[in-house]
Design a protein around this ligand. Sequence first.
Ligand code: NAD
Length: 239
Amino acid sequence: MAAFHLNDYHRVVFFTGAGISAESGVPTYRGYGGIWARYRPEEVASEEAFRHDPETVIAFHETRRTHVARCTPNPAHECIAQWQRRHAGITLITQNTDGLHARAGSPAVIELHGSLWRMRCRQHGSFDDISDGPYQHRDCPYCGASLRPDITWFGDPVDRHAFEAAALAVQDADLFVAIGTSGVVWPAAGFIEHAHRGGATMVEINTEATEASTLFDHCLRTPASQALPCHFLPPAGAD
Ligand code: NAD
């Protein structure tokens, strides 16, 4: 059985996608039961849709948020959070917007695609935390422009600061672990190739093969909540 001792690596990247939250009850986008089997992305997750029919877009995000609020982090989120507290060289990059890494206690998370729990000013990009209340049509308290969910929709650029921080960590990684991502959403998926080219030991945790599987040295076809506690030896030290 493959086992990875985290103390053997100096710069570790965990790169997570919707699959890590599947066992918490958050549906993935693609595959059986996926969100895109029920919704058309261009009608609920694009700036154009928001301009034409903000009510439908807000309702979609509110439904997702209400659902995610009932879900709890699973052992995969919890392992990463615990290991981050013991090993200064771990970077966590997620494509998820559900906030479950933070709720599991991860001290730092690079959120490439934003968060369901924030609104963003469409003019200046300032944020408004909405963890405590429902989505509403609101204006920016600073400039009066309208707010939109802080999610990277189809056609949106990825947040530059998040992308740069992620790229720096990936370029230096000696262990790169992709968990529950189909690896088809760009530019995030490019990190897999980037880490591979950089010479990192590559581990894929996914219940199914993906288009990127050939870039990995080890493919663990095990659900994330089992793969992390079974195949990784935690760094030494107390939390
Ligand atoms: P995806 O839906 O394209 O792929 C999910 C992957 O997870 C699949 O390859 C599937 O085989 C795998 N998987 C399913 N259950 C698993 C498990 N228990 N253990 C391990 N692997 C499992 O998701 P993606 O690659 O993250 O990319 C799509 C976009 O989806 C991202 O941009 C993200 O913003 C968004 N998204 C996020 C959430 C969330 O926040 N939880 C949910 C749905 C979609």
